[in-house]
Design a protein around this ligand. Sequence first.
Ligand code: C2E
Ligand code: MG
Ligand code: MG
Ligand code: MG
Length: 281
Amino acid sequence: RRAKQDRTGVVEWTPGLDSTQRVDLRQLTELRTGLRAGHLRLHYQPLHDATTREMHGVEALVRWQHPQRGLLPPGVFLPDAERSDVILELTDWVLAEALHQAAAWKRDGHHVPVSVNLPAAYLAQDRAVRTILAMLELERVSPDLLTVEITETAVLTNPDQVAAQLSELRLRGVRVAIDDFGTGYTSLGLLPRLPIDELKIDRSFVVQMHDSPAHATIIDSVIAIAKALGMKVVAEGVEDEQTAADLASAGVDLLQGFHLNRPTPPEAVPLLPVRPLVRIV
Ligand code: C2E
Ligand code: MG
Ligand code: MG
Ligand code: MG
């Protein structure tokens, strides 16, 4: 059996598609139930200032605490979720949870900007911006504490609508990052038209920069382009000190990777001690 395609071009999923397209419906149903039962978790991976190495903020990364299979990474369940509407409910949860955590840190005296991954399908909803703004208000979190990360693919599925939504968010103070930059198909000509604060260079370039002069050159070019357009540059997948030092001297603003910190539950995020309040009498 094959996928049926109707006149609107919408593909209806049927069993029997090739294995790359197969959706594990049982797991997907279980995910929806698990989500509603409170089995999802967010881990947070710090982003560090490339020069001072101070923690600058965190990226929220979803996990599934499965009752039988243990803690599952997103690669196991997100691709299927993204082919269904489960991704919308999941993203609502991720946003709410991440903002709730940012608010909790703030109450404890910590200023921790949080980045959240936003899938294309989420931004395609008319309610996306309204929902995000309502959540910020509910948690009384200042919009500039939130960065939304979107991929190039997400931008390209509907550049005008996505750009409009992102502009609206940015107008309210939310920051916008392009994730995994370099792996998609964004034409460079599109970049100046997009409302973006940050480019995140994909890990595949970062891990190869020492073995491949071409990758190092690409990184230098991305930094030059980002700077020219007034964007910050983040490098993900920094796994050793040499890479961290070289990226810093190349002009990368923020570093993220196992060399600096792994994703952890919120209570293990290495926050700076809160400065004691000094009263002058
Ligand atoms: P991403 O947004 O590019 O996130 C970075 C991924 O790289 C994370 O994997 C992180 O654990 C991993 N990583 C960070 N530093 C290093 C390093 O030095 N070396 C290596 N080898 N890996 C590193 P994770 O948590 O498995 O997430 C994978 C992808 O799943 C994410 O890539 C993102 O695309 C997606 N994802 C994760 N959480 C969410 C979410 O809440 N919502 C959505 N829509 N997507 C998410
Ligand atoms: Mg990301
Ligand atoms: Mg990334
Ligand atoms: Mg990545």
